[in-house]
Every structure is written in C-alpha cells, then in structure tokens.
Write a protein that binds this ligand. Structure first.
Ligand SMILES: Cc1ncc(C[n+]2csc(CCOP(=O)(O)OP(=O)(O)O)c2C)c(N)n1
Length: 321
C-alpha cells in the first residue's frame, strides 16, 4: 500500500465518521417527528464524498444530489447551519425554508443539493465553463446516482463538457438502486462509465467503499480534467445500505441481502481495519477523532434546537419570481 501522511489519514476518518454520525442523528430525530420534509441518507457511501473532497479547495466546485448531506459535509460546510436547515430553523443555510434537499454553501464551493434527479449536471458544467473562461486552475465535480445517468441532462452535459474540453469530473455513485428499482433493470450497461466512450471521455471504475481507491481515482481524474485534456468520468461502485428515504419500508429487498453486503463493505470499518493492521494509526488516534465528532454533532444539535423557526410572514422572501 502507498504511504499516506498522517494528516490525510485523519482527514479521511474524520470526514467519514462525521457524515455517518450526522446521518444517524438525522435518522433518529426524523423518527422522533422533529424533522419536516423528506430525508435521504448517505450511510454506507461516505468513502466517496470523503475520498473526492480531500483533493478539493474552496475554489473548486461541487454539485450534489437529493442524497446530499455527505457531499456537503465533506466539502466543509458549517455543521450547525446544516443541522438547523434540516430542522427547519431560521439559522439554517436557506433560513429553514429549503430543508435537506436544498442546502448550498457557495463560500466553500458547494453549489447545492438538488431535489431534481439529474439537476446537478449542467450546474457543474456551467461552473467548469466559468473556470475555463477565467483561466483558473480549478475543477468542478458533479456527484450523481446510477438512476440519474438515464436522464437527458446527463447525456447533454457529457457531450457539451467533452466538446468544450471543460475541467469537470463526473462522479457516478453507483449504489445499485434508484428508489425501489435495481439499476440493471432500467440501465442498458453494466458499468455506467461505459457511457463515457460515447462522448470520447476518459473514465475509470473504483471501489466506492474504499476511501483510498476513491482518493487515488479522483486524483487521476482531477489532474486529467485540469490539464486541458477534457472531462473525466469516475464510477464508484457502492451499495445503498439504508432505504431510499427515511421511513422507506423496503419491500423490494430483504434485510439479509443488505446486511450481508454491509458486513463486507462498510467503508468505515474497512478503513479502521486497514490502518490498524498496517500500524498507520492507533486505536487512541481513531477514538480521539470519534470524540471530536461526537462533540461537534452535539453542538450542532443544540444550535439547531435552540434556533427559532422562520416566521410565516417570511414565506415569500428570497423567492425569485
Ligand atoms: C427529475 C426527477 N425524476 C424523478 C424524481 C424522483 N426520484 C427521487 S430520487 C430518485 C431515484 C434516484 O436514483 P439515483 O440517481 O440512482 O440516486 P440514489 O437515490 O440511488 O442515490 C427518483 C426517481 C425526482 N426527484 N426528479
């Protein structure tokens, strides 16, 4: 295995555990009836956002999905304002009026979660066009699911990005499900990255449950995209451990199937096993990070719970009509 510096290892673990604990907390409070709206969890897919965003700065852009908490945390958005938004409070990123699927933080290059499946492609391509026109050494990234790769916006974005050789990386999170549908029943190819060939685009498949593989794959993708050679398609193979949304009865698959896959593919235990067995990190170092995350989650919860709801008179403020 390649040598990684300790700070990077700590960042991988910190981001993955922070996403996991955030999502577990949201799930719990959703079932307690404290959270309005609809919530989709990123549990089990933490290695993708964490492995990708480890190479990005605030001047690089990401466009996210309806399952966007992990991307937003990995890109460095403020946890308190995220929690407050999901709890529908005034101190949230959208003043409590957007909720889980509309969190954006332009100050860290996070262009937004998106309730429209396939809505992020053209935002990321537009941001990449701006980077190119301004001669900046940055990259734009769009995360999307296997299901979104069947939308027209996907094909339009890949074509345009390739024709104009834009610095954009398409990160497909192939978690094998689109709502209740296994992707192979609706998708013409086994590997979604095979579609990159139709747009003359470089591509790679990585194990999306291995943060090291995602990190290495994305570095190659980013260097390619920044060098002027055109966009890159990175497919991260993973699995959706939780239901499509919190509260999904999951009548379309068995618990046994999910548990079996999770046992082998939990990206966090896989990371722990690797760093401990190779003496790259100690149990004490891992624990210190877990404790730091617990503290931050607790603070964010307190911040959200102690914040006010928006006043009904503000309902039409901030709307573009
Ligand atoms: C344009 C559009 N069509 C349908 C939906 C309803 N919908 C929400 S999530 C989803 C499945 C998306 O699957 P995928 O892109 O694989 O992402 P995943 O949920 O697996 O992360 C669908 C069909 C929507 N939000 N937007």
């Amino acid at each position: 295995m390649k040598r990684y510096n300790k700070e990077l290892l700590k960042t991988f673990y910190y981001k993955m555990v922070k996403i996991r604990r955030f999502e577990e907390t949201i799930e719990r409070y959703f079932f307690d009836g404290e959270i309005p709206g609809f919530v989709h969890l990123y549990i089990g897919e933490e290695a993708i956002a964490s492995g990708v965003c480890a190479s990005l700065t605030d001047k690089d852009y990401i466009a996210s999905t309806h399952r966007g908490h992990g991307h937003t945390i990995a890109k460095g958005a403020d946890l308190n304002r995220m929690m407050a938004e999901i709890f529908g409070r005034k101190t949230g990123f959208c003043k409590g009026k957007g909720g889980s699927m509309h969190i954006a933080d332009f100050s860290v290059g996070m262009l937004g979660a998106n309730g429209v499946v396939g809505g992020g492609f053209n935002l990321a391509v537009g941001a990449a066009l701006a980077i190119k026109k301004q001669n900046r050494d940055n990259v734009s990234v769009v995360f999307f699911g296997d299901g979104a790769s069947n939308r027209g916006t996907f094909h339009e974005a890949l074509n345009m990005a390739s024709v104009w050789k834009l610095p954009v990386v398409f990160v497909c999170e192939n978690n094998q499900w689109a709502s209740t549908t296994p992707y192979r029943t609706t998708t013409s190819v086994e590997d979604i990255s095979a579609r990159a060939a139709g747009y003359n685009m470089a591509c790679k498949i990585v194990d999306g449950n291995d943060v090291f593989a995602v990190y290495e794959g994305f570095k190659e993708a980013m260097e390619h995209a920044k060098s002027g050679e055109g966009p890159f398609f990175l497919e991260a193979k993973t699995y959706r451990i939780k239901g499509h949304f919190v509260g999904d009865p999951e009548l379309y698959r068995t618990k046994e199937e999910v548990n079996e896959i999770y046992e082998e593919n939990n990206p966090i235990t896989r990371f722990e096993d690797k760093v401990l067995s190779k003496d790259l990190m100690s149990e004490a170092e891992l624990e210190e990070i877990r404790n730091k995350v617990e503290k931050e989650i607790k603070e964010a919860l307190e911040f959200a719970m102690n914040s006010e709801f928006p006043d009904p008179s503000e309902i039409f403020d901030d709307l573009y009509v």
